[in-house]
Write a protein that binds this ligand. Structure first.
Ligand SMILES: [Cu+2]
Length: 506
């Protein structure tokens, strides 16, 4: 069995602009670009062991034509001695908050990535761009001609905001006002909303994986691909999601207890950053995430045995984990007991998530992620299956009178739990937190982030029902679905006897 085929929804990740070409300070020059590392072409670099002697300086060479800053040829006579600057990166800090060089001095700059994921180093207003995979040291030679103070930072989304930034001081003169103003300008966050791209739809709905019919263990191969996709989060509001296979939640994976699962995680070419997967059904380091930190265009495979039956959340576990999850990187893996689950007429797959956007509530346009609101745990949207209205109106869930249905309900979060409830019904059978043991006749169940449940319900009366988070204000934030039940009336169970009596009458 293979799960997770590419469903081309016409929503393509856009190639990111990997080189920072923000405000130009104009006078920082780049000479002798020796090593520029990009994730898409790491082989052009020779990793250098920490402490190794720096490469011999090449003679001054012209900078690339496309360099966004002016290039000043190195003086032929009296070249200044090179300075060796080494800076180490990890999650989420550079080991030196301040670097200092002399104007006109050649600088041999090394970025030593001692972290677990990719990091890079940019200097504002220049095209200094060093990018290093975990364990790698990359180097470049640069000359900074203009005195002043400039910000350096890691440009991977969320990393600078988490603390990966510092100051590069060129010379030791007081900072010129103009430079200071430029530094502040480029530090401003991007606009909260950009114009709404045309032709966007909501993300596609993930399918319920079919029940397991076999009664023997098997090797199950699962392919998942991490993709960054722009789609509608609400009417008129677009968002750039990070996903598994282009949907939120990602595909439901369904196996049998005792199965061996071989899972390949591919990170689509053109994504902006490293992604990974931690499955709560895995017994092993990081739930698989230690071995699946995959850079764009790469892939990694893990194999695990599904030891415990239940319903488990999977999610990306690349730092900053909260940001990856808040952008939609979660899904569910169902591990059926050896004899399978009781047969039902219909099954549904729903996951709740909270989303944090810059700008004002309800503001239209393509909205950006807000790290501040994430840390404040103040989501603008709390939704089922990736968007407001993902399962309402013409996208409602359907069933017939007489059906017994099963909900697989999970919470990706990252922060908000859910009071899972069906308006107009109660759960005949509920597996709290997905446990093998069950309860009967439950009205509402609490599901934590990183948790899931399984609930069954027999439908006896037709009409409109609603599935909701009974933190009831969240109806206005999107945490609900329409559930339409069709079939003959059942007056023994429910009947409308007419208009209410006027007030005051017996
Ligand atoms: Cu991720």
């Amino acid at each position: 069995m293979t799960i997770g085929q590419d469903k081309d929804q016409g929503l393509r990740a856009q190639a990111p602009d990997r080189i920072n070409t923000r405000a130009r300070v104009g006078a920082i020059s780049l000479i002798g670009l020796v090593a520029l590392a990009f994730a898409c072409a790491p082989s052009v670099l020779t990793p250098v062991e920490p402490g190794a002697a720096p490469a011999r300086l090449a003679a001054a060479v012209p900078a690339p034509v496309a360099a966004p800053v002016a290039v000043v040829p190195a003086p032929a006579a009296e070249p200044k001695l090179a300075a060796d600057l080494r800076i180490a990166a990890s999650e989420f800090v550079f080991d030196q908050p301040t670097l200092q060089v002399d104007p006109g001095q050649r600088v041999h700059l090394s970025l030593d990535n001692r972290g677990a994921i990719q990091h890079n180093l940019h200097v504002e207003g220049s095209n200094v761009a060093l990018e290093a995979n975990p364990g790698q040291v990359v180097q470049g030679d640069f000359t900074f001609d203009k005195a002043g103070t400039f910000e350096f930072f890691c440009s991977i989304p969320g990393h600078k905001e988490a603390g990966m930034k510092g100051k590069l001081i060129v010379g030791n003169a007081p900072i010129a006002h103009a430079d200071h103003a430029a530094a502040e300008t480029v530090s401003q966050p991007a606009a909260a909303a950009q114009p709404l791209p045309e032709g966007l739809t909501r993300l596609p709905q993930p399918q319920v994986a079919p029940p397991i019919e076999r009664r023997e263990p098997e090797l199950v191969k699962v392919d998942l691909e991490t993709r960054e996709v722009t789609a509608l989060l609400d009417d008129g509001v677009a968002y750039r999601y990070w996903t598994f296979n282009g949907s939120v939640p990602g595909p439901m994976v369904r196996v049998r207890q005792g199965d061996t699962v071989e899972l390949t995680l591919k990170n689509a070419p053109g994504t902006q950053l490293t992604h990974s997967i931690n499955l709560h059904a895995v017994n092993g380091p990081g739930g698989g995430s230690v071995d699946t930190q995959v850079v764009p265009g790469d892939s990694s495979t893990i194999r695990f045995q599904a030891l415990h039956p239940g319903v488990y959340v999977y999610h990306c576990m690349t730092p900053m984990v909260g940001q990856h999850v808040a952008n939609g990187m979660y899904g569910m893996i169902v591990v059926e007991p050896p004899d399978g689950l009781p047969k039902v007429d219909r099954e549904y797959y729903i996951m709740q998530g909270d989303f944090y956007l810059q700008g004002d509530r309800g503001q239209k346009g393509l909205r950006a992620f807000s790290l501040d609101k994430l840390f404040q745990e103040d989501p603008e949207y709390i939704v089922y299956n990736g968007s407001v209205g993902a399962m309402t109106g013409e996208r409602a869930l359907h069933a017939n009178v007489g059906d017994t249905v099963r909900f697989f309900f999970g919470v990706g979060g990252p922060n908000k739990d859910s009071a899972f409830h069906v308006v107009g019904g109660s759960f005949d059978v509920l597996h709290p937190e997905g446990a093998a043991e069950w309860l009967t006749d439950v009205q509402t169940t609490l599901v934590p982030p990183g948790g899931a449940t399984m609930a069954e319900m027999k439908l006896s009366v037709p009409g409109h029902y609603m599935i909701e988070d009974h933190h009831i204000t969240r109806l206005q934030k999107g945490a609900m679905a329409d559930f339409e039940v069709e079939g003959p009336q059942n007056p023994d169970v429910f009947e409308h006897l007419g208009a209410a009596r006027p007030a005051g009458q017996p």
